[in-house]
Design a protein around this ligand. Structure first.
Ligand SMILES: O=P(O)(O)OC[C@H]1O[C@H](OP(=O)(O)OP(=O)(O)O)[C@H](O)[C@@H]1O
Ligand code: HPA
Ligand SMILES: [Mg+2]
Length: 155
């Protein structure tokens, strides 16, 4: 976490930084990550869901909470727990891009590298992940296992 925090700190030498956590999955990662970033920042959240109880994406990303914080002119760092099919990111990047941020960066704890066609690359990655369904440290299966203090595979 220190290395990722230092990388992010160095990447944003000036301007306002808004760290936007994508719930629910990012809640534990985000709380560790912001404590490893050593520059002023604000925190807000988006709530989106596409998996429900399944292990494959429904393809429909539902936005359940949209932040009221002004995004225009700020560096936005969107924080994801995991990038899998890339659909969630693709849809959110389009939506957030319309709000004229100064920059839009993506940070993910885990990246499965399935989505080779991602229009917006993930700039900050914690770990490359296997092509298995992972749970723990915020990640769920049917809302269970989020509390585990480690990441585990259900395969
Ligand atoms: O790259 P993708 O295939 O789009 O998958 C990644 C997204 O799917 C999961 O969210 P989910 O819909 O399970 O909601 P949750 O965060 O509330 O668990 C995960 O937290 C990511 O946000
Ligand atoms: O591997 C996963 N685990 C939990 N949630 C997910 N959402 C996309 N991929 C995953
Ligand atoms: Mg989920």
């Amino acid at each position: 976490m220190k290395a990722l925090g230092d990388e992010i700190t160095a990447a944003y030498p000036d301007g306002e930084l808004l760290v936007l956590g994508l719930l629910k999955g990012s809640f534990i990662f985000l709380s560790d990550l912001v404590r490893a970033i050593h520059r002023p920042l604000q925190v807000d959240f988006l709530v989106a869901s596409s998996y429900g109880d399944a292990m494959v994406s429904s393809g429909m990303v539902r936005l359940l909470y949209d932040p009221e914080t002004q995004l225009e002119g700020k560096h936005i760092l969107l924080v994801e727990d995991i990038v899998d099919s890339g659909r969630t990111l693709q849809q959110l990047v389009e939506l957030l891009g319309e709000r004229k941020p100064r920059s839009l960066g993506i940070c993910a704890l885990l990246h499965k590298h399935i989505a080779s066609h991602l229009k917006h690359p993930v700039r900050f990655v914690g770990f490359d992940a296997p092509h298995e369904f992972l749970v723990g440290y915020g990640l769920d299966h049917a809302e269970n296992f989020r509390h585990l203090p480690y990441v585990a595979s259900l395969q």
